[in-house]
Write a protein that binds this ligand. Structure first.
Ligand SMILES: Nc1ncnc2c1ncn2[C@@H]1O[C@H](COP(=O)(O)OP(=O)(O)OP(=O)(O)O)[C@@H](O)[C@H]1O
Length: 894
């Protein structure tokens, strides 16, 4: 069977179960935002890195409520629904657990939240009854996240602890209580933060609290605190610490943490920040230390105030150690470096105690039980009803460049869970085969019991050796590593790396991991320094004192020693006991890329995660074993139609099943005592054959029905036609005669009509033609008259042209005569001009002569006469010139 384009929703439906096929199937589904896929009963969830609200809304919850597993698309709700219904079916006998795993950022916490929301939806009460219990269950998340989550390079909201949420139900399926167990908080983060990561969210939330709280706790910007400013990342994109502070406070209210306790919790958080700012310098005595300056003293004083303990005692507890020898009690000073280590140790202890106080669990349980009492009293139920669904959200397998004690513990947890998974998938499977008495050979699977022995065996395991090393004051990580090398020289899961003298490698089920042992001893030590214990146990604040209860007195010295490793081992043991008593359901979260972005599917990365999560192994077992099984009755009911003859004989169910399988040529199946066991893909094949048989049967039925209906219609039609024909044939001759006569009559009428029409057409056409002729003739006549008029006009034009030329010639002659006359006048004018000039010259000469004569002549009277005569002469000449000028101008104008 070929995989459809959009992929198959259950990997076991793939006919070829190999790595590329599995990967391709997940990829094609992821491209369509189908983030969930089954592998048998395991749900694979690929982080979409984008909100897909439509797949988690109320409508979806309603759809999945009570729907049979596998009927709807794969979903976390379907897994929760199975767990819920199992709980109801087993009727308080058996609990269920849902194990969510995957690497950091794969979506475990989000998946857990969805599971809790869905369970709260299933087990919630009507709004009128009050919703406190579900609300408390859901609101525990923000509280836990504020104190246990931090930004890391792999996830902006990474849970730095594991958690097991138990949701308890009463026999009516209603939530009656809840408890949260937490595991292995990452303590080192409190004092040491790598750039660009952050410390736990609560520190930044408190620094963004309302002003009066900032003043009360003497806080400032996170950059002023040593425990926060080792990284330059103070804010998260898209997150408001001020808003989250108020939200956390509200969630704490809902969970049931009183205002007084909340005040104490945040006071302790502030105290840790101040504690980190106490810097030490060398004291007066050798190897002693004191607070460095006024600032350090201020922080010391504030820490003491907030923890409500004595400031001097606090300084002593940080800078001195009391040594009890058999002879005496010695007080020893610590150098500044040791004092700083002591300070950081105290900060880590206070914070982890605060977290381990399990305030959520404590309060949730107390309140719920009180509430359950109240509810149960009112409806008369047993308040101790203990049917639960546990949801485990725990860190996945980790393998980095440097792997320390945390990775060791995390991988130890994963080995444990892998064994549980193996036991469930393999051992249970094989137990079933034995119970059904079928022939089978053990399926090979990688059993990791040897790795677990290597880590936790007592005595002699790594944890035991580490504890031993921690108890010897002179041990170092070198001596510890050497001890490991010697003890596990020939262990096939333990490797001594060639290039290191202190590292060690463990061959885990998911691959080899090389651990750096240098901080193993420090990180494993869990004992609280007696001075710290004494100091805080005596705090005037009840809450702080409660975090440091006095150790039980009767404990001997050796049993007094406690280590993180062994405590964790015990916690895990208890968790495994709980899990073993439940019906497990597995959800494997997968992180599709390291860029934390949607729609990017990194093949190699995902393949590695599927291997680590045991998904491929589970698929392999499915291939190797018998993943599908059906009770005989069910099988015959469904597939009996494939071999009807097998049911006809008087065979018992078992033989009938065998015959059906044989008839279909299937091989490799097994018939047990009550069930048929099928190999991977055989169920799909049988289903396909069944669909084929049903299809063929449907086709035959359709064909028969169609033939029947058509034949019936044909018969009816034929009958009708025959009756009509018979009816018609009865008087056909008289109809023929009538038709002939009518035809003849019509033909003669037609001929007459035609002739008449031709005659009248001819006459009419003749008349029209004559009229036309007349008109043409008249027009011809009119044309002749016009031609005559035209000739006349042409002649007139000719005459006029001739006259015009004549006139032109005359005019030219006239102009020539005029020019000649003008030239004549011009020459006479020039002549006159000349004469005038001569006259003027003569006058001038005469004037000269007259002047001379005047000069010479004595009498005055004579002189006057001459002048008068001359003047008259001049005037007359001037008048003549003027006349000439006028006449010339006149000629020119003409
Ligand atoms: N179903 C989902 N829908 C939308 N976004 C999701 C979903 N699951 C995960 N995410 C996104 O991936 C981020 C990381 O998921 P989550 O915190 O659940 O990872 P985790 O496996 O719990 O990591 P860690 O181990 O570090 O706590 C979330 O903050 C969210 O943005």
């Amino acid at each position: 069977m070929e995989a459809p384009a959009g992929g198959v929703d259950d990997m076991t439906k793939l006919s070829y179960l190999h790595e590329p096929g599995v990967l391709e199937n997940l990829k094609s589904r992821y491209e369509l935002n189908e983030i969930y896929t089954y592998t048998g009963n395991i749900l694979i969830a690929i982080n979409p890195f984008q909100r897909l609200p439509h797949i988690y809304d109320g409508h979806m919850m309603q759809q999945y409520k009570g729907a049979p597993f596998g009927e709807l698309s794969p979903h976390v709700f379907a897994v929760a629904d199975v767990a819920y219904r199992n709980r109801a079916m087993v009727n308080e006998g058996k609990s269920n657990s849902i194990l969510v795993s995957g690497e950091s950022g794969a979506g475990k916490t989000e998946t857990t939240k969805m599971l809790m929301r869905y369970l709260a939806y299933l087990g919630g009460r009507a709004a009128t009854e009050g919703r406190t219990v579900e609300q408390q269950v859901l609101e525990s998340n923000p509280v836990l996240e504020a104190f246990g989550n931090a930004k890391t390079v792999r996830n902006n909201n990474s849970s730095r602890f594991g958690k097991f949420v138990e949701i308890q139900f009463d026999k009516h399926g209603r939530i009656s209580g809840a408890a949260i167990r937490t595991y292995l908080l990452e303590r080192s983060r409190v004092c040491q933060v790598n750039d660009p990561e952050r410390n736990y969210h609560c520190f930044y939330l408190l620094c963004a609290a309302p002003q009066e709280e900032i003043e009360k706790y003497k806080l400032d910007h996170p950059k002023t605190f040593h425990y926060l400013n080792q990284s330059k990342c103070f804010e998260l994109v898209g997150v408001s610490d001020a808003h989250d502070y108020l939200a956390t406070r509200r969630a704490m209210d809902i969970v049931g943490i009183s205002a007084k306790e909340q005040e104490a919790i945040f006071r302790v958080v502030a105290a840790i920040l101040h504690l980190g700012n106490i810097v030490f310098t060398k004291g007066k005595e050798v190897d002693s230390s004191v607070p460095k300056d006024e600032k350090a003293k201020f922080h010391l004083k504030t820490t003491a105030e907030l923890l409500m303990c004595d400031a001097v005692a606090l300084e002593d507890a940080l800078c001195k150690r009391v040594m009890i020898t058999p002879e005496e009690v010695i007080k020893r000073s610590l150098d500044p470096q040791s004092a700083a280590i002591s300070r950081d140790g105290l900060a880590k202890t206070i914070y982890s105690r605060l977290f381990d106080w399990n305030f959520v669990m404590l309060h949730l349980c107390m309140n719920l039980y009180r509430l359950v009492d109240k509810i149960n009293n009112s409806i008369g139920q047993d308040p101790t009803s203990k049917c639960l669904i546990g949801v485990l959200d725990i860190y996945g397998f980790e393998s980095f460049k440097t792997n320390s004690f945390e990775q060791f513990c995390i991988n130890f947890t994963n080995e444990k869970l892998q064994q549980h998974f193996n036991q469930h998938v393999f051992k249970m499977e094989q137990e079933e085969y034995t119970k059904e008495q079928i022939n089978w050979s053990y399926i090979e699977f990688v059993d990791n019991q040897d790795v677990l022995d290597l880590i936790e065996k007592k005595p002699g395991g790594i944890i035991a050796l580490l504890d031993e090393a921690c108890m010897f004051p002179k041990s170092t990580h070198e001596t510890f590593s050497n001890k490991l090398y010697q003890t596990f020289k020939s262990h096939k899961r333990f490797i001594k790396p060639k290039l290191s003298r202190t590292d060690f490698t463990i061959s885990h089920y998911a691959g080899e991991v090389q651990y750096q042992s240098d901080q193993f001893l420090d990180k494993n030590k869990d004992y609280v320094v007696a001075e710290h214990q004494e100091l805080l146990g005596a705090s005037k604040c009840q809450f702080v004192a409660g975090l440091f209860p006095p150790p039980p007195e009767e404990t001997s010295k050796s049993s007094k020693f406690s280590s993180i490793g062994s405590r964790f081992k015990l916690q895990l043991q208890s968790l495994m006991e709980t899990l073993n008593s439940t019906e497990p359901h597995y959800i494997r979260c997968v992180k599709p890329n390291n860029l934390l972005k949607p729609a990017i599917f990194e093949n190699v990365n995902i393949m590695q995660q599927l291997r680590c999560g045991g998904v491929l192994e589970a698929i392999r077992i499915s291939c190797a074993g018998y993943p599908t099984r059906r009770a005989f009755f069910e099988f015959i009911n469904r597939f009996g139609l494939l071999a009807p003859e097998a049911l006809e004989g008087n065979y018992d169910e078992k033989v009938a099943c065998q015959r059906i399988m044989e008839k279909k040529g299937l091989k490799g199946f097994q018939i047990g005592k009550t069930k048929v066991f099928l190999r991977a893909g055989q169920m799909a094949e049988l289903d396909a054959r069944r669909a084929e048989v049903l299809n063929n049967a449907a086709k035959i039925i359709q064909r028969r029905v169609l033939t029947h209906v058509t034949r019936k219609r044909f018969i009816a039609l034929r009958k009708a036609v025959i009756s009509i024909q018979a009816l018609c044939r009865g008087d056909s001759f008289s109809i023929f005669m009538q038709a002939r006569w009518r035809c003849h009559r019509a033909a003669s009428y037609y001929k007459r009509l035609k002739r008449g029409a031709i005659v009248s057409q001819t006459r009419w056409r003749g008349r029209v033609a004559r009229k036309e002729l007349r008109k043409l003739k008249m027009e011809a006549r009119e044309t002749g008259a016009l031609k005559e008029a035209k000739n006349k006009l042409e002649k007139q034009v000719e005459e006029l042209t001739w006259r015009l030329q004549l006139e032109k010639r005359m005019r030219t002659d006239l102009e020539e005569a005029k020019v000649q006359e003008t030239a004549k006048f011009q020459s006479s004018l020039e002549e006159l001009q000349k004469k005038l000039e001569e006259a003027n010259a003569a006058i001038a000469k005469e004037k000269e002569v007259a002047k001379q004569a005047i000069e010479e002549a004595p009498p005055v009277v004579q002189e006057t006469q001459v002048i008068v005569q001359d003047t008259e002469k001049i005037d007359s000449l001037n008048a003549e010139v003027d006349n000439l000028k006028v006449s010339i101008e006149h000629v020119v104008v003409q």
